[in-house]
Each structure stands twice: as structure tokens, then as C-alpha cells.
Design a binder for this molecule. Structure first.
Ligand SMILES: [Mg+2]
Length: 356
């Protein structure tokens, strides 16, 4: 049986700002764009969440819900250094670390738990303590035997919580869990399920598979697997990534060279963010273009040093693109940017986390 920990920092960006600026403490604080812009909330402090504000909500809507909330712009580069500081505590425990974002990761601690005769729960508790001692930030953790259960567990007692779902407890727990709390069930799916009288895990688990498939299509099987607590997905560390990138199928046929460049620059920003999230550096940049007639081409450039900033790629995007910009431009239906030849710059041997 595997031992998986899901760790999630509590209101990460907002908590960092409240830590660094005492005047923001105990106030509804929103990290994100100003209310008079078209931007969104990147993070909300727990005081702001009490007003129903959550991340990804438009800033103007957040302002309406709580007019006296304090809005401040994010300092992503700074949050990233703190994220890396925290991630350093994980490496002595296991190389199987899968970051989901700057403030969230799965850890497979099966091996460490066996060889060090320490339970996954104790490992999680010590990690939370270590994080708090060194950063004065709180995190929550879920411990279980697969990723889905660990993540659901983690969400149960936020902030500063530790929740364990043992094999014995998992099924009864899932059976009473409202369907909204299962992965892959958003508002639209929940509505369909409620109409079928499926309100919590046990209803989902015991539903007629054929009936469910009629209403939800192929996804039905996966959702029922979730209700059974099955999740065979391995924890995927950076070592398992060959490349990181983004692809986008366009809703129209693109024929305008300048627009093509603009879209690639945007996509590059996202792809580069993914690299940062995974704590990786890359030396190869690849452009992919698929034409409306399904002809596909890729063009790559490998450097001797990594692409550090997202803008490092702009020059090479232009150069790789140049020979393709014959006029008139053949209609394009898909574009992609990916980074490969990866390495983890911050993966250095560290002192053991729990000196014996
Ligand atoms: Mg978080």
C-alpha cells in the first residue's frame, strides 16, 4: 500500500503578505489586480474568504463583496523563492514530489516511511512543523494511500489541518461526502447528478453504470472509480517530465503573421510559468504549428544555457518563425510551445530534515 501526502499552503500569497506586513494582518486582504481593472483575485486571505471571495474571482466582484478589502499586486518572483525554500524540506524525504502549483504538492513517502520506521502521518506532521518554524506560514496536509484521497483529505481541515484517510476509513468517508467535493465534478456535473438523485459518494458508487454513462458519457466510469476510492495514478516528479508546454487549437483559421507571433508570446508565458511551477529549467524551445490542412511542422532551438526568463524565448520564437512567414500565410489551426532538455536547478543535496 502506498503512502501519499498532499501538502497545500494556506492562502499562500496572502499569508506571505500578512506575514511581511503586520498592517495587513486580521484584515480582508486580496492579492491580485485592482478592482477597477479587468483582472482577477490571485489569492484571498481567510478574512476576505469570509465574504465569499475566492481566487480567480474578478477583482471588481471581490470589491463589491467587501468594499473595505485591501488590494495589493502579487510578487510572484518572491513567492517562488519561498515555494522553493519549502520544497527543499521535501527532497530529503523523497524524490517523488509532484508540484501542482507554487503552494501545493504530492509526495510519495512510501519508501521513507518503511526504511525510517516512521508513519506517513508523522512525516506530514513534522513537515508542517518545519514549514511553520522556518517560514511562519501554515500549511495543511492530507495523508492517504493514493493522490485523490490525500487531496480530498487535505481539504477537510484547512487551514493548519492534518487529515488522515486510512484504508479502513476511506470508503465510509467517501460514502458520506457531498459529490461537489469529488474531483472532476463542477457545478454543471453536480446539477446533472442531483437530478439523478445522486447527492453523495454512496449514491455515486451504487448508481447504475449504464444510466450514469447515458447522462455523463465516458466520464461516468472515472467518477465511479473515484467514488470507490480508486486512483492508481503515480506521483510524477520532474524526472518523469520529458517536456513541458502548451498547445491551443484555435477557434478560427489564423492567417495573420503578427497575430501568430502575439499568440505564441502569450503561450510562451504560460509554458514558462509551468516550468517555474515544476521548479525546472529548460534548454530547448520547440514551436509547433498545425495547418488547417493538417500538415504539421515543428521547429526547435537548443541553447547551451537555460531559458531563465520568459522573454529569453522571444528572440528565438522570431527566428524560428521567420522562414514560415511566407505570404500569404497558410491557414493555421493549432499552435504550441514546449520546453525540453529539462533539469531541476534547485535540486541539491540537502541536510536531512529530521536529524537522528
Ligand atoms: Mg493553497
Amino acid at each position: 500500500m502506498r503512502k501519499i501526502i498532499h501538502i497545500d499552503m494556506d492562502a499562500f500569497y496572502a499569508a506571505i503578505e500578512q506575514r511581511d506586513h503586520p498592517q495587513y494582518r486580521n484584515h480582508p486582504l486580496i492579492v491580485g489586480g485592482a478592482p477597477n481593472t479587468r483582472s482577477v483575485v490571485a489569492a484571498a486571505s481567510y478574512e476576505a474568504r469570509a465574504y465569499g471571495i475566492h481566487s480567480a474571482m474578478p477583482s471588481h466582484q471581490a470589491h463589491k463583496l467587501c468594499p473595505h478589502a485591501i488590494f495589493i499586486p502579487p510578487r510572484i518572483a518572491y513567492y517562488k523563492t519561498i515555494s522553493q525554500q519549502i520544497r527543499q524540506f521535501f527532497y530529503p524525504i523523497t524524490p517523488l514530489i509532484e508540484p501542482l502549483s507554487l503552494d501545493e504538492a504530492y509526495l510519495d513517502v512510501t519508501h521513507y516511511s518503511q526504511t525510517h520506521h516512521i508513519s506517513a502521518t508523522q512525516i506530514a506532521r513534522q513537515l508542517l512543523e518545519k514549514i511553520y518554524q522556518t517560514t511562519q506560514l501554515t500549511a495543511s496536509a492530507g495523508v492517504s494511500y493514493n493522490k485523490m484521497l490525500a487531496k480530498i483529505a487535505c481539504e477537510q481541515n484547512k487551514p493548519n489541518g492534518l487529515t488522515i484517510l486510512t484504508p479502513k476509513k476511506a470508503q465510509p468517508f467517501l460514502d458520506q461526502l457531498p459529490i461537489e467535493q469529488f474531483p472532476g465534478i463542477g457545478q454543471a456535473t453536480a446539477k446533472i447528478l442531483h437530478r439523478l438523485e445522486i447527492h453523495n459518494g454512496i449514491h455515486l458508487r451504487q448508481a447504475n453504470p449504464h444510466n450514469l454513462q447515458q447522462h455523463l458519457g465516458k466520464r461516468a466510469l472515472q467518477l465511479q472509480q473515484n467514488a470507490h476510492g480508486h486512483d492508481p495514478r503515480p506521483v510524477l516528479s520532474h524526472r518523469t517530465h520529458q517536456s513541458i508546454g502548451r498547445e491551443q487549437t484555435l477557434s478560427y483559421n489564423l492567417t495573420e503573421p503578427h497575430r501568430l507571433y502575439q499568440l505564441l508570446i502569450q503561450q510562451n508565458q504560460q509554458a514558462h510559468n509551468d516550468l517555474i511551477t515544476h521548479n525546472l529549467q529548460a534548454r530547448t524551445l520547440t514551436l509547433k504549428i498545425k495547418y488547417a490542412d493538417f500538415q504539421q511542422i515543428t521547429r526547435s532551438k537548443t541553447l547551451t544555457t537555460p531559458f531563465i526568463h520568459p522573454t529569453d524565448a522571444h528572440h528565438w520564437i522570431k527566428i524560428l518563425l521567420a522562414p514560415l512567414l511566407i505570404s500569404p500565410l497558410k491557414p493555421i489551426r493549432l499552435i504550441g510551445i514546449s520546453y525540453s532538455t529539462l533539469n531541476a536547478p534547485n535540486l541539491q543535496p540537502q541536510l536531512p530534515l529530521f536529524p537522528s
